[in-house]
Write a protein that binds this ligand. Sequence first.
Ligand SMILES: [Zn+2]
Length: 90
Amino acid sequence: MKTKKLCKNGHTFYKSSDCPVCPTCEKLKKEDVFSSLGAPARRALANAGIKTLKQLASYSENELLKLHGFGASSLPKVKELLTRLTNMKN
Ligand SMILES: [Zn+2]
C-alpha cells in the first residue's frame, strides 16, 4: 500500500514505507546544492572537487577565496548554505 504524502516544501509523493524522505527534495539537494551561488563560484567549487555542503564546510573562507573564480561576494551565500547544513544536522 502506497500512501500519499506531502513534504514541507509542498511536493506530493507516494511512499509504501513510512520513510518521510521526499524524492523531489532529495533530487534537488543532490543536483542543486550550490544553486544560490553564481556560475563562476560554482565552477570554482567544482574545480576544487567540492560537491557537497559537507565538503564545503571543511574549507575556510580564506581557502575558498584562493579558488580561481571564487569572489568575496559569494561568501555570504556560502555562509547561508552552511547554516542550512547545520540546521539539517539538528
Ligand atoms: Zn519535497
